[in-house]
Ligand binder design. Structure first.
Ligand SMILES: Nc1ncnc2c1ncn2[C@@H]1O[C@H](COP(=O)(O)OP(=O)(O)OP(=O)(O)O)[C@@H](O)[C@H]1O
Length: 345
């Protein structure tokens, strides 16, 4: 339904996106995930026909977004980062106006407006001026204007940005309710957004696609981070030696834990790919006379995958080449995490 091939956009001399290629199948919700400045909005605007690409092609329902832009606009609903609302109009007045612009037949307009109002849960606000609405309700009106002509494809650019947690849940539910009967691509820098609502995720970093898969497969693809955490009572040197000797264990790290009594320590164990040495770990500790106070599995999360994919490129920047001392992995990850948290503000 959406086919993007080798898309590039250069602003002046700044490449915003480079060689972006992906597809979205009918009925899918695909998350377009990336940190700030990764090129999400640029890609969404090109798909919606609001920005010409420098090179490459994008087709929606078989129509080229550039050369067949009118045909594309009839088949898409687009929620830009800042929804194009007319503050003085009432919700229903504005949506009626949009049906006229979108070419809905005169006899179908009232039914289209009523349907969008119902789907977006706007009944109680239908006669209220848009300027009087909260940010969450305005965002619903933004989505209502994107779906009012019942387009097969919906493009949502950061649909929950600036909303409070309750509003975010409501908007996510609304997006999920549109799946199946619509093909949806939504851009976001918020990880839970994609794990909760999307069947597939495409990760973009610095203008380039770095991964496309289901959230589950992406998590499974990251072998590092899969393992165990164990809290052990007894001699630390013995515990470390025993744990490191267990077949299938690749790495054992001692984790500083201030709240633990001095006789106890926490270890993070990374297993070899495909290995499940849980029982052997427990047996090795117990047979050495050590106390196994707590043990739990750790698995890579989508956040780990995201940080892995969007921080590793830092090592190839000119800054890194000038100062080539390797930074610890944890620090690399913290930098990525910081970028994520800043993005969420
Ligand atoms: N009109 C413009 N002129 C010049 N550079 C631009 C323009 N718009 C975007 N850029 C640059 O292109 C890159 C991609 O920007 P884009 O807005 O697509 O990213 P984004 O992933 O949507 O980021 P955010 O989450 O912060 O909105 C950034 O480096 C940005 O500074």
């Amino acid at each position: 339904m959406i086919e993007v091939e080798h898309l590039c956009k250069i602003y002046g001399s700044t490449p915003a996106i480079q060689d972006v290629t992906f597809t979205v199948e009918p009925g899918e919700i695909v998350g377009f995930l990336g940190p700030n400045g990764a090129g999400k909005t640029t890609t969404m605007r090109i798909l919606a026909g609001y920005l010409p690409a420098t090179s490459g092609t994008a087709r929606i329902a078989g129509y080229d977004v550039h050369s067949d832009s009118m045909a594309v606009r009839q088949r898409i609903g687009y929620l830009p980062e800042v929804p194009p609302l007319y503050p003085e109009m009432t919700v229903e007045g504005f949506l009626y106006f949009v049906t006229r612009i979108k070419g809905v037949a005169a006899g179908d307009r009232v039914a289209s407006v009523n349907s969008a109002i119902k789907r977006c849960n706007l009944e109680e606000k239908r006669k209220v001026a848009i300027r009087k609405l909260s940010k969450g309700f305005r965002q619903r009106v933004g989505i209502a204007q994107a779906i009012v002509h019942d387009p097969p494809v919906i493009i949502l650019d950061e649909p929950t940005v600036g909303l409070d947690p309750r509003q975010i849940i409501e908007i996510r539910k609304l997006i999920e309710s549109l799946a199946g009967s619509h093909t949806i691509i939504l851009s976001t820098h918020i990880l839970p957004e994609v794990s909760m609502t999307c069947s597939r995720v495409t990760i973009i970093n610095r203008g380039k696609i770095v991964a496309t898969n289901t959230p589950e497969n992406l998590e499974a693809s990251l072998a590092e981070g899969s393992g165990y955490e164990v809290e052990v009572e007894g001699d630390a040197a013995t515990a470390l030696a025993r744990l490191r000797a267990v077949p299938g264990v690749r790495l054992v790290e001692s984790m500083p834990m201030e709240h633990l009594p001095s006789s106890r320590a926490l270890y993070r164990i990374t297993s070899e790919t495909g290995a499940e040495p849980g029982r052997e770990i427990a047996a090795a500790l117990v047979s050495a006379g050590l106390g196994l106070c707590e043990m739990r599995r750790t698995r890579a999360t989508l956040e780990d995958v995201f940080l892995e994919l969007t921080t590793s490129e830092k090592m190839t920047t000119s800054e890194e080449q000038t100062h080539p001392q390797p930074r610890p992995v944890q620090q690399e990850r913290e930098i990525g995490r910081e970028a994520l948290e800043q993005g969420e503000k």
